[in-house]
Design a binder for this molecule. Structure first.
Ligand code: ATP
Ligand code: MG
Length: 300
């Protein structure tokens, strides 16, 4: 096992209680974006956050990372309130955001905690570059590498401080479909070597089904438009990783998710839709899988 495990912080529990955020509305007044967000994320768990564009996914991720402050509720990592730009977590975005004049290696080193011993820092960066398979690209500039490589460098930079919580905002959203699949496998490898708690924002239902322990659907209550998004459903995937993408149980969850997201899928085979209906009748219109928050309404 690589030495990195020693420098990685242990995965942290994330607790969100009654979290709310409003922003100034363009025409004056305040626009509620998030309200009453309650969520407990177990240490080392991978959570996928899904919901319509503009529903507040990035806002929630920024709040967990301490890059923004909630105006209601409480947010904590392992019971300690989340601080401004909390050093216990790290965030990576859809664009790699690398400094073009620095080599890949030096970009990754930007993620090291302040005051890291020079030799230790070099060792850590070398090890991370191996982990994301960039050891042969360490001296290249960002413009000399592919989009997938740049995104791997961005992941390595986020991991450099050994975060207890890794926040990923559509990290593979700009990559082609094949590179995305490779990156998903890489993320699972990274997670087994550096087992942080992961919150992954994605628009890709299959990505969520491949990676997440639980899938959290964020959105507005259609009966209360304009009140801000909250958690509409939590689905437990309940399958060991790596997962067979063709698994029948995943097909059922996929159909369920698409329906909850309001996407009419003509690609869902009739037998899957029929199985979903049957299962819903059996469990009383609850999500396909169980949830650890039984008091929450489950219908998206
Ligand atoms: N700093 C800000 N000031 C004003 N409004 C903001 C600010 N940040 C976000 N918003 C608004 O909050 C809402 C949610 O934005 P957010 O970026 O969190 O959505 P999202 O779910 O990540 O969307 P997407 O899937 O398109 O990335 C949007 O209406 C956005 O305009
Ligand atoms: Mg976003």
């Amino acid at each position: 096992m690589p030495a990195s495990v020693a420098v990685s912080a242990p995965a942290l529990r994330v607790s969100l209680r009654g979290v709310g955020r409003t922003f100034p509305a363009p025409g004056g007044g305040l626009k509620p974006v998030l309200r009453d967000v309650d969520l407990d994320i177990r240490p080392g768990e991978i959570i996928a956050l899904l919901g319509p564009s503009g529903c507040g996914k990035s806002t929630l991720l920024r709040l967990i990372g301490g890059l923004d402050t909630a105006d209601a509720g409480a947010l904590a990592l392992d019971g300690t309130p989340i601080a401004e730009v909390d050093q216990r977590s790290a965030i990576a975005f859809q664009e790699p955001r690398l400094l073009p004049w620095r080599s890949i290696e030096r970009n990754v080193s930007l993620g090291l905690p302040r005051g890291t011993d020079a030799q230790e820092g070099r060792d850590r960066v070398a090890e991370l570059l191996r982990l994301v398979q960039l050891e042969n690209a360490s001296t290249l500039r960002p413009r000399q590498v592919s989009g997938g490589m740049a995104q791997r460098a961005s992941l390595a930079r986020a991991l450099a401080r050994g975060p207890g919580v890794l926040l990923l905002d559509e990290p593979f959203g700009a990559l082609d479909a094949l590179t995305r699949l490779t990156m998903q496998d890489l993320l699972l490898d990274i997670h087994s070597t550096e087992p942080a708690t992961v919150v992954l924002v994605t628009h890709d239902v299959d990505e969520a089904l491949t990676l997440a322990d639980r899938i959290v659907l964020l959105g507005e209550d259609p009966a209360a438009p304009g009140t801000g998004s909250t958690i509409r459903s939590i689905l437990e995937v309940g399958k060991p990783r790596p997962r067979d993408r063709a698994d029948a149980a995943l097909a059922l969850l996929r159909a369920d998710l698409l329906e909850r997201l309001g996407v009419e899928s003509h690609h869902t085979p009739n037998y899957v839709t029929a199985a979903l209906r049957k299962q819903r009748q059996k469990v009383g219109d609850r999500p396909t899988a169980s949830t650890d928050e039984p008091t929450r309404p489950h219908v998206f």
